[in-house]
Each structure stands twice: as C-alpha cells, then as structure tokens.
Design a protein around this ligand. Structure first.
Ligand code: CP3
Length: 348
C-alpha cells in the first residue's frame, strides 16, 4: 500500500466512521512535561529558534509518538508564526509567554502589511516533510494555525491577558480597523494551511483558544465567520480537506459553529455538556476531547473515573480521545501512560 492509501484511524473518524477504540493524541503533546523535549529546547536557544529549526522541530514532533504511540502527530510550531510572517515582532519570554508590539490603535493598524512573507515559514514546511517521511503511514500528521480572533488578541494586546479585554475593546470601538487585522490573518492562514497540506499534513486544526470570551454577536463576527472563510478558502484549492475547529468555551454556541463553519470535527473543552454534544454536535461531526488537563496531573482513581466519563459520554459516537486543552508542564509521564492504557482497553 502506498502511504496515501494506508487507512489512518484518526482520519477515518473525521471521515464518518466510528471506531471501537477511539484514536488518541494530546493537545500540546510535544512540550515541557517531556525530558527529551526540554533537552532539545535547551539546545535550540529561543522558542522561535526551535519552531524554525526543521531538524529540531521534526524531532520534538516525533518524541511523543515514539514514547506513547499516539494516532496523530501535530507539527511543532506556534500560532504566532503568522504575525511573525506578517512582519510583526514576536518574542517569547521564558516563564512569561509571548510578547509582541501591540497593534492597539487604528493608526498602528493602518501600517500592518496585508501579505505575509511566506519564506519565513519555509522551515515549518521542511519540518512537516521530514516528519511525514519518518512517520508510520497509519499515523496522521496534523498541520495547524490559530483562528484569526485568537491570533488577533495577542497582536492587539502584545501579550496574553486574562480575558482579552484589549482586543474586545478595540473590536467595539474600531470594528473596521480590527477587521483589517482579521482579514490579513484569514488570507495568510489560508495560504499557510495550503502550504502545510502540500508539505505533508493530512488534517488541519484551527485553534480558537479565546472564542469563549465573546458575546454571541461578536462570536459570530470574529470567530465563526473568519473560521468559515478559512475552511472555504482551503477547500476551494484542496477539496475534501479534513479540518478540526476548536472554539474553546463556545458552550451552547458550538452546534451553530459546526453548522456555519463546515468543519469535520471539533475539539471540546472539559466543561462541555454531554447531552448537547451528543445530540447536536456529535450527530454531525467527530468530537475530540475532553479530559481536564488537571485530572491528568492529579492521577489515581480521579483520573480513571474522568477517562471513563469521557468514554461513556462520547465513545458511542465518533470520538477522538484528547484533553480539553493543552497538557501542562507538571504532568507526570506515568499518568499519561495510565490514561492511554485505560483508553486502549476500552470495550464498548
Ligand atoms: O500541540 C503541540 O504539541 C504542537 C505545538 C503547539 C504549541 N503551541 C507549542 C508551544 C501548538 C498547537 C500551539 C498552539 C498555541 N500557541 C495556541 C493555541 C492552543 C492553546 O494551547 O490554547 C496558543 C494560544 C499559542 C500561543 C502561545 N504559545 C502561548 C500563550 C504560549 C505561552 C504559554 C506556555 O504554555 O508557555 C506559547 C508557547 C508555547 N507554544 C510552548 C509550546 C510547547 C511553551 C514554550 C516553551 O517550550 O518554552
């Protein structure tokens, strides 16, 4: 069988099949909870130096696959490479997170470039090619970008904030200027995702980590609509591409998000309500989630019970087992092993 015709359980679930044992991977599976990641991270220098070093980025992408045998690898990069390619200054301060030059007034926004310099993203494509050539054909490779709303929140504030107040305020006061940021991200993300597909990504995921801070009207305009445009823009050039959305915290607006954007699957956070998800989301698309990352730190019987809850709630339909958000650095590796064992022993 050639690589493309080898069935990948992860892709099958997104294509409409329910599998007896759900495929599994973890958001942020390459990261600081792994000693082998910390070793490469130290050699690489800064965080962006790691993202843009194809050899190192490919290596850390493959580390969790070797250790745990997950069903999907996600390319090691970050959502903030798009502002970087748009010419914004992006830095990562150790222990503090991202720092950008704030784009917090219509005047500053008028200087924003509409087109990205994609040569800056070439190392990500090279890392994808390397990973795909080394990866078992049964394992899917995920390419990704941030959703325009979430990427814009960091571009506007210049850093993470508890509730993304600066971006919400700018969007109320100067919606036309804010729309220029969103449009630049939509256009460059479409090109970037198409580049990732060409380099070997099998599936794409769009991370909207901050969708949940928006009221419904703003959610429609700044989360749903830009995501819909990215999905349509990618499929116009690459029909049939499987795409997963993650509007974190969307709650009761999730069925609407799924209907309007046309995604094939959604990541759900741990606060999701099972009946709503089963009846109005899982009936249409695959669901990915939703173990609380904190219970993975806690371990023990609390972890077993939480794993069983995810399986009982969602394994009757199309499920990709995952966390409800990224794994945290203090998570013991033994707890990840405990979770995997329990999921793989699942009998429906
Ligand atoms: O999932 C994976 O293993 C792939 C790699 C990945 C990273 N970031 C690596 C990373 C992915 C998919 C992301 C996405 C991302 N980046 C999101 C959306 C998903 C989410 O988790 O909410 C967001 C909001 C960002 C922006 C970002 N990058 C922040 C806020 C931070 C600092 C917080 C932190 O965890 O330190 C980062 C840094 C970052 N991105 C790290 C990793 C492994 C940690 C930095 C390090 O190793 O020094």
């Amino acid at each position: 069988m050639t690589q493309n015709s080898t069935p990948k359980p992860f892709v099958e679930v997104l294509s409409g099949r329910k599998l007896p044992i759900p495929p599994i991977w973890m958001m942020r599976q390459a990261g600081r909870y792994l000693p082998e990641y910390r070793a490469v991270r130290q050699k690489a220098g800064g965080f962006l130096d790691l993202c843009f070093n194809p050899e190192f980025a490919a290596e850390v992408t493959l580390q969790p696959i070797r250790r745990f045998g997950f069903d999907a690898a996600i390319i090691f990069s970050d959502i903030l490479v798009i502002p970087h390619a748009l010419g914004r200054s992006v830095r990562f301060e150790v222990g503090e997170g991202p720092r950008l030059d704030p784009l917090d007034s219509p005047d500053k926004i008028s200087t924003l470039s509409k087109t990205a310099d994609f040569s800056k993203l070439e190392p990500v494509y090279e890392a994808l090619r390397r990973v795909r050539s080394e990866l078992d054909p049964k394992i899917a490779l995920i390419g990704f970008c941030g959703a325009p709303w979430t990427v814009a929140t960091y571009m506007v504030a210049g850093q993470g904030t508890p509730d993304q107040g600066p971006a919400r305020m700018l969007a109320y006061r100067h919606p036309d200027a804010f729309a220029k940021i969103i449009d630049a991200i939509v256009d460059s993300s479409i090109q970037y995702l198409l580049g990732q597909l060409k380099a070997g990504a099998d599936v794409l995921q769009i991370f909207d980590t901050w969708a949940g801070v928006l009221p419904p009207r703003e959610f429609e305009r700044w989360s749903v609509e830009p995501t819909r445009r990215i999905v349509a823009g990618v499929r116009a050039k690459a029909p049939g591409t499987k795409i997963i959305g993650f509007p974190r915290g969307a709650g009761a607006l999730l069925p609407h998000f799924v209907e309007r954007t046309g995604v094939d699957g959604v990541s759900i956070d741990w606060a999701a309500e099972p009946a709503l998800i089963q009846e109005r989301v899982q009936s249409r698309v695959a669901v990915q989630g939703n173990l609380d990352p904190l219970v993975l730190i806690a371990g023990g019987t609390a972890l077993d019970r939480a794993v069983d809850d995810v399986l009982e709630n969602y394994a009757g339909g199309r499920l990709i087992f995952n966390l409800g958000h990224g794994i945290q650095p203090e998570t013991p590796i033994a707890h990840v092993e405990q979770m995997l064992k329990r999921v793989r022993a699942y009998k429906s």
